[in-house]
Structures are given as structure tokens and as C-alpha cells.
Design a protein around this ligand. Structure first.
Ligand code: NDP
Length: 421
């Protein structure tokens, strides 16, 4: 019996909410609060026919801590799941602290305005000190450690697929397959086709910022940054086939480097087709990916936000997307003094997701782990005081839940290693 406040009602949130509704033994009361209340009402109406618990909705501007506090006070949740945008991570964490309620999210903090001088000063120091220049990093949220301890509650960071499941796979590999993990290669393959010339599978602004940034990886205790898309490989993914993939910076590298003792190298690869890359390069070249406001016919517009308005809504891709995703990690390391390599992955079918919940697989593979992470917190399977990443807890109950709630995984011994081109 538990009460969950879900903030945000986009592609990922809708899957997380519906999965919580399927899991009504755990989630007996749900409140969906977001910027556009009509979306929340629509989702609540959809599930009311079959959800055995109680569902309600609220309007909230999650950029405003006081508004979030008001919703928390009126609903009294056992936990708050933030599936709005990374821009709202800190305001929602502040509200959770004020109300001493656990906080859960799927993406680390990133500022909306990257020209804010106060933020930029800290960012530029971090770029110099740590050696990677992505706009997002964990330092902002890890800084809340003492505050969450003092409040006697917890924050669970990054329970999507990547970060999220990939980090839990790592904890599971370390617990059951290795004495020491030496290398981690995370591979995110989307073999889906939505039929549009160009669209992103989750929030376009967040997605395009991520993939147009320089890549980086962790090796021998330090970050190595490379120009965007300059390290390429290809891999023959189970149930998808051979795809080109590129090395990107990704947030779980940062937490795994901290939490996996002795790891020597961590890399993240994502598959992209040539057409996606050509579109992205063109948009970048003409300035459409810029986050800097410009004046247009007397009003200020942010190019990437305008682009978002032109692109298909990721939540609408479900009916048109066919094919599968394959996301997982290849590990090498030692067990009982011998070298070992394993690959843990999940394959997810876009159309199966659509049939079940009306969503495509990217929202599905993020929303299901968001529900599972919330379940770990509200049932007390994972507990603590402070700020935690998912790999810091016992992976077994989470791995069981993945099999039960729609994301079954496979362990393959001696996988084909990645060869760079
Ligand atoms: P969407 O853009 O589809 O949804 C975002 C939702 O947040 C919308 O409902 C939006 O409201 C709401 N929102 C935005 N700003 C505010 C605000 N100030 N106050 C209240 N609500 C607000 O995004 P996605 O569903 O694709 O992504 C959700 C999150 O999941 C993101 O943080 C993303 O980075 C993360 N993610 C994580 C992945 C992982 O594997 N870990 C993978 C994919 C995504 P409105 O409806 O009015 O626009």
C-alpha cells in the first residue's frame, strides 16, 4: 500500500504511470502532476477503466519549489518520481527535502539556461577539473548527500534504462560473475524505424543536446574527451542485426567510475543511422541546436525549443515505430583469477510496447525501470539516508522485477568484443 506522486506526463511518465497502475498491489494511490494538467487528466481517464487503485491529477510548475511542496503536502506521497525534465531535478529535490519524502529520477541535472553566469562559472571549473564538457553531471545532485541524510530520507538517481538498468546490470555482474570488473562497454541500439525523415525518441531538446556534444570515456582514472561522433564501431546486435554505433558521453559513466571499484575503462556507444547524423549536422550547422535565445520578429525564441515544436512528439511515435531495441553492457574482468567476459542485454519490441501500453520502446524501456525503482523505494527493498545511484543497492530484486514487468534480460558468456573502426 503506497502513494506515489509522479511529476511530468510525457512519453516516459505515461509508461511509468501505466506500469504503476498494473502494479496496484504496491501502488494503491497515484497522483500525476505536470505543467499541462489536461495531459494528466487524459492519462488518468485512460487507466481508470482498469486500475484497481485511486488516481488523481494536479497542475504544477516544477521549476517552482513552493508549488511542488504544495502538491506534496496535499497528496502526502510515500515517494516522488520525477519524470519531467532534468531541468527540474534540483527544485523537486528541494521540495522533497522540505517534506522529508524520498526523491526518484531518471536523468541527472542539467540547467535549462546554459548561459546563466553563476552556473557557467561552476561548469567551466568542472570542465577543467574533470575533463568532460557535457552540460549535465552528477555533482549538483551528489552535493545534496548531507541534506538528505539530515532529513532522514533518500534520493535515488537515474532509474531509467541508461542510466538505470545498465547500472543495475553492472552491480549484478559484479555480484554474480566477477571478483573484479576491468572494462564496461554500454551499448544502446535502437533498431526501430518510425518512418519520419527525422525525429527523436525522447525529448528532442535533451536528446539533441546529448548527441551533439563531444564524446568522452573513462580510462585509468581520468576522462578522455573526443570530438562528437569521432569514435565509430559497428556491432551485430541480437534480434536487430548489424548497426553503426558511436562513442558518446553518458551520465552513468560518471557514477560507475565512482562506484565500481578498480574499473579501468568505461565507454558508452549509441547506434545512429547515416540519415539521422546528416540531419543533425545540418541542424547544428544552421544554428537550430543552439540554446541561446535570439530575437525573431520582436520576440525572443530559443532555436532548439522552436525545433522541438516542429519535430514529431516522441510520445506520438508509438503506432508508427517498428523494430526492436537492444540495450546492454559487455563486461570483462576476473573471476577466481581467470579472465572472463559477459554481455547482459535486453531486447524490446516497439510494436509489442505499443500493443501493451500505447508507447514506443524508448519510453517503455525508461518508464518500466522508473516504476521498478519507485517500487524498490516505497517497499523498502532499497533504503537508506542520502543520495544514491542505483548500482549502490542489491541488484537482485530489481533484476527479478525487470523479468516480471516487461524487460527480460539475457546473460551471454564470451560475447564478440567491440572493434573500433
Ligand atoms: P517529454 O518531453 O515527453 O515529457 C516531459 C514532461 O515533463 C512533459 O509532460 C512536460 O509537460 C513536463 N514538464 C516539463 N517542464 C515542466 C515543469 N516546469 N513543470 C512540470 N512539468 C514539466 O520527455 P520524456 O518523457 O521523453 O523524458 C522524461 C525524462 O526521462 C527526461 O528527464 C529524460 O531525460 C529522461 N529519460 C531518461 C532515459 C533513461 O534511460 N534514463 C531515457 C529517456 C528519457 P508538458 O506536457 O506541458 O510539456
Amino acid at each position: 500500500m503506497s502513494r506515489l506522486l509522479v511529476i511530468g506526463c510525457g512519453g516516459v511518465a505515461q509508461v511509468a504511470i501505466k506500469k504503476c497502475c498494473q502494479n496496484s498491489e504496491v501502488f494503491t494511490d497515484i497522483c500525476i502532476a505536470s505543467r499541462t494538467k489536461e495531459k494528466c487528466d487524459r492519462v488518468a481517464d485512460e487507466v481508470k477503466a482498469w486500475y484497481k487503485g485511486n488516481i488523481q491529477t494536479a497542475k504544477v510548475d516544477a521549476d517552482n519549489t513552493d508549488e511542488v511542496i504544495a502538491v506534496i503536502k496535499s497528496f502526502s506521497p510515500d515517494a516522488v518520481l520525477n519524470v519531467a525534465l532534468p531541468y527540474q531535478d534540483l527544485t523537486i529535490m528541494d521540495a522533497c527535502l522540505a517534506c522529508k519524502v524520498p526523491y526518484i529520477d531518471t536523468a541527472n541535472y542539467e540547467p535549462e539556461d546554459t548561459n546563466d553566469p553563476a552556473w557557467r562559472e561552476i561548469y567551466e571549473k568542472r570542465c577543467k577539473d574533470l575533463g568532460f564538457s557535457a552540460y549535465f553531471d552528477y555533482s549538483w545532485q551528489w552535493d545534496y548527500m548531507e541534506k538528505f541524510k539530515e532529513a532522514g530520507t533518500m534520493a535515488l538517481l537515474g532509474t531509467g534504462f541508461d542510466p538505470g538498468v545498465t547500472s543495475v546490470f553492472t552491480a549484478y555482474a559484479l555480484k554474480h560473475y566477477f571478483d573484479e570488473i576491468e572494462t564496461i562497454d554500454i551499448m544502446d541500439c535502437n533498431g526501430g524505424d518510425h518512418g519520419y525523415p527525422f525525429a527523436t525518441n525522447f525529448n528532442p531538446e535533451i536528446n539533441l543536446r546529448e548527441v551533439s556534444a563531444p564524446g568522452s570515456y573513462w580510462e585509468d582514472g581520468r576522462w578522455i574527451e573526443i570530438p562528437a561522433m569521432s569514435i565509430k564501431s559497428s556491432y551485430d546486435f541480437a534480434e536487430v542485426g548489424k548497426k553503426d554505433m558511436y562513442l558518446l558521453h553518458h551520465e552513468e559513466i560518471e557514477s560507475l567510475a565512482k562506484n565500481i571499484p578498480g574499473v579501468k575503462r568505461i565507454r558508452f556507444f549509441m547506434t545512429f543511422g547515416q540519415s539521422y547524423l546528416t540531419h543533425m549536422k545540418c541542424l547544428e550547422n544552421v544554428g537550430m541546436l543552439s540554446t541561446e535565445p535570439i530575437m525573431y520578429e520582436g520576440r525572443e525564441i530559443v532555436p532548439i525549443q522552436f525545433l522541438k515544436a516542429l519535430l514529431p512528439d516522441p510520445a506520438s511515435l508509438g503506432p508508427r515505430t517498428v523494430g526492436k531495441t537492444n540495450i546492454g553492457c559487455i563486461y570483462t574482468g576476473k573471476k577466481d583469477g581467470k579472465t572472463r567476459s559477459i554481455y547482459i542485454y535486453n531486447v524490446c519490441d516497439h510494436q509489442e510496447c505499443y500493443k501493451e501500453l500505447g508507447s514506443q520502446a524508448i519510453s517503455y524501456t525508461t518508464g518500466v525501470p522508473a516504476m521498478i525503482g519507485s517500487m524498490m523505494v516505497v517497499t523498502g527493498a532499497w533504503s537508506g539516508e542520502g543520495v544514491f545511484n542505483v548500482e549502490e543497492f542489491d541488484p537482485d530484486p530489481y533484476m527479478d522485477a525487470l523479468n516480471k514487468w516487461g524487460l527480460p534480460w539475457v546473460v551471454e558468456e564470451n560475447p564478440t568484443p567491440i572493434v573500433l573502426e
